[in-house]
Design a protein around this ligand. Structure first.
Ligand code: FAD
Length: 320
């Protein structure tokens, strides 16, 4: 069975959920093999192996890890040349998409970005599914040339532990051109930690919209009682009430948690595009005609400043 390369997204060796999703998807197409850039491949081999990777290609050279995306694209092209994989999967992050585009050019391959599903195509190759125009159309495509390069949207594929033990780590002798090293990373600063899970990886997300009037305290209190991440509508972030990085929707992040709570959010199509695949959706809105109620599992018609504190109190009481 041909290998399927998965570029590992990690923070100082901690593998992100998007990589586990990509490994799960890769197992449908062939034999998943992880490509780990930077220090920490050995430490990550267990989690990568448990999620299906048989091999971890470790690229520790500072020439790759300390530069921007270009060297990673070159190393992936080198691995595609050496191993002829069935596909290369990357996360649909800004870096992931830029690396994917460079890789596709270097290997004369077809590229699909923001896929929400992958499967073996009839007659060979890889079939991808994209959800476009705010989720109103589903596009199915098959890459017709080269080694399919696919970026996967976060939270599109449920993570499965498809593997056995730890993956075998294999060092890669990276050949990086001078041109690829033109831009070097000089400093990395970690954002002040909020203590909440990351928005794209959280099992529960509580989001606030214009209906909060800028007061996110009840949204944050409910989120904290549930161990949830906090999201926001574009109206809320455009008003400066919450950081842009928290925007859920077509032009923000896509989330697909077990539970999504929308408080004071009307349910515009652009917002839905980023949360409609959540497993259970709850909305609190004082307008019974709000469009968000068309897609909810549970709807509460009421003032969020009354409903959210009551819910928070009850959750805290039950947790003891
Ligand atoms: C190209 C494009 C891209 C976009 N991308 C995004 C995107 O990524 N994400 C996104 O969210 N939007 C996006 N938008 C904007 C989107 O169209 C909506 O304008 C936006 O989602 C509205 O945000 P909202 O629901 O918070 O505000 P509103 O639509 O104003 O809704 C506020 C809701 O709060 C309710 N409410 C008010 N007070 C209370 C209260 N006290 N208690 C309970 N309910 C209350 C109201 O009944 C109302 O339903 C995009 C728009 C365009 C054109």
């Amino acid at each position: 069975m041909a290998e399927v390369l998965v570029l590992v997204d990690h923070v100082d060796g901690d593998v992100r959920k998007s990589t586990l999703e990509a490994l799960t998807a890769a197992a449908r197409l062939g034999e998943p093999a992880a490509v780990f850039v930077g220090a920490g491949a050995q430490g990550a081999a267990e989690v990568l192996g448990r999620h299906g990777a048989t091999t971890v290609y470790a690229v520790e050279s500072p020439e790759v890890a300390e530069h921007l995306v270009a060297p990673t694209a070159e190393v992936l092209a080198q691995l595609v040349q050496e191993h002829s994989p069935a596909a290369v999967l990357l996360p649909s992050s800004n870096d992931g998409k830029e690396i994917a585009a460079r890789l596709a050019i270097k290997t004369s391959s077809g590229l699909v970005t923001d896929a929400v599903d992958v499967a073996p195509a009839d007659g060979g190759g890889v079939q991808t599914v994209q959800s476009v125009f705010a989720g109103s159309y589903t596009v199915t495509s098959v890459v017709a040339q080269g080694c399919p390069v696919v970026t996967l949207k976060p939270n599109s594929v449920p993570v499965e532990e498809t593997g056995g033990g730890a993956a075998t780590v294999q060092a890669v002798d990276a050949q990086v051109s001078d041109a690829a090293k033109a831009a070097r990373i000089t400093e990395r600063k970690e954002k002040a930690a909020s203590g909440r899970p990351s928005l794209t990886e959280a099992a529960i997300v509580v989001s606030g919209g214009r209906g909060t009037g800028g007061d996110f305290a009840p949204v944050e209190a409910l989120a904290d009682s549930l161990g949830a991440a906090v999201g926001a509508s574009r109206a809320a972030v455009d008003a400066g009430w919450y950081p842009h990085s928290s925007q859920v929707g077509q032009t923000g992040v896509s989330v697909s948690p077990q539970l999504y709570v929308a408080a004071g959010i009307s349910g515009a199509i652009q917002h839905r595009a980023g949360m409609q695949t959540s497993k259970t959706i709850v909305a609190v809105n004082k307008d019974p005609e709000a469009p968000i109620f068309e897609l909810v599992d549970y709807g509460v018609v009421g003032d969020l400043f009354t409903v959210l504190p009551q819910a928070t109190e009850e959750i805290s009481r039950r947790k003891g």
